[in-house]
Design a protein around this ligand. Structure first.
Ligand code: ZN
Ligand code: ZN
Length: 315
């Protein structure tokens, strides 16, 4: 019971030891729309079963979402944009799977000012599933589902998601009336998740697998059922259908996250989303600030699995 992190079916999709050092230099982009509010910065440091971590910040500092990427890689990438460890005030955790929490103790042990914001149940699960030091609890600030809390410049609200961790949640991260929503690792979109996701201005949504690639692929039958089940991961087409059916003019950016290495590609995931959005008459940009793309109705960008994404400056 105590070694549940060794489950064989998880070993098939976790490639944590193979994470390469980031080498891609991403251009700095400017956001869309009028610059009447504080800029919001977003950068993904890794996305997928090999490791998840993203930075969300303002000029005053920010937060990390999940700690599944080696902090040395995180700091190196953030330093390119002038973001230092001291500017990071906390890490929020979506659930206790290794690809989201593997480095959380390393992160806080070396940066004692960084608090871990998660539910007590998630922390209990983390200690049970991992070989992590129990001292990780000393850094915990308990949070409660759908009870907003303040961290850095943000008002953050956790909401329950449908997945097979001990406690699973997405986050609404609000600044100046705008919201960035993180919705990863979910087998289906429940009504409470829908509530938060549907009002996002910037939406990071899981687009894990292509249906045909999964079912024609090499995964064992049991794993195919786990991935596609209600507590597994999100189908490209389900993500695309969700965004198309909940589109509003305030939604400017969609980041596709947690793409499977085996059952998806960035092109296939993006094409599913773009195709569905174009079908309802929207023009879709590639997330760059090029003259050709920046004024389109909505930007869709597939987050890289191993490399850092572009730094998005959202205004
Ligand atoms: Zn995951
Ligand atoms: Zn997970």
């Amino acid at each position: 019971m105590s070694n549940t992190h060794q489950q064989p079916q998880r070993a098939v999709i976790d490639f944590g030891d193979e994470m390469p050092v980031n080498t891609v230099q991403a251009p700095v982009l400017k956001g869309d729309g009028p610059s009447h509010e504080r800029p919001l910065y977003f950068i993904s440091l890794g996305s997928g079963s090999s490791g998840n971590c993203a930075y969300v910040g303002t000029d005053d500092g920010g937060i990390l979402v999940d700690a599944g990427v080696d902090p040395e890689v995180v700091w190196k990438q953030l330093a390119r944009h002038g973001i230092t460890p001291l500017m990071v005030q906390g890490v929020i955790l979506t659930h206790d799977h290794q690809d989201h929490v593997r480095y959380v103790y390393t992160l806080v042990r070396k940066n004692k000012h960084i608090g871990i914001y998660c539910t007590r149940r998630l922390m209990t699960g983390l200690l049970r599933r991992s070989r992590i030091s129990r001292r990780v609890q000393d850094y915990m600030h308990p949070i409660y589902i759908e009870t907003p809390f303040k961290l850095a410049d943000f008002a953050i609200t956790a909401f329950t998601t449908s997945h097979d961790g001990t406690d699973n949640m997405g986050f609404e991260i609000a600044l100046d009336g705008r919201t960035l929503v993180v919705a990863t690792d979910m087998g289906t979109i429940t009504p409470r998740a829908e509530f938060y996701m549907s009002r996002a201005n910037y939406l990071m949504i899981e687009s894990n697998y292509d249906h045909d690639m999964l079912w024609n692929g090499h995964y064992p039958e049991m794993l195919k059922h786990r991935v596609s089940g209600d507590q597994g991961h999100l189908d490209n087409m389900v993500a695309a259908e969700f965004v198309a059916s909940h589109y509003h003019r305030g939604l400017s950016h969609v980041w596709l996250c947690h793409l499977s290495a085996d059952n998806n590609t960035p092109d296939i995931a993006r094409a599913a989303m773009v195709g569905r959005l174009e079908a309802i008459g929207l023009t879709v940009g590639d997330g760059s600030h090029s003259p050709e793309h920046r004024d389109r109705d909505i930007q869709v960008y597939a987050l890289p699995r191993f490399e850092a994404s572009t730094l998005f400056i959202l205004t």
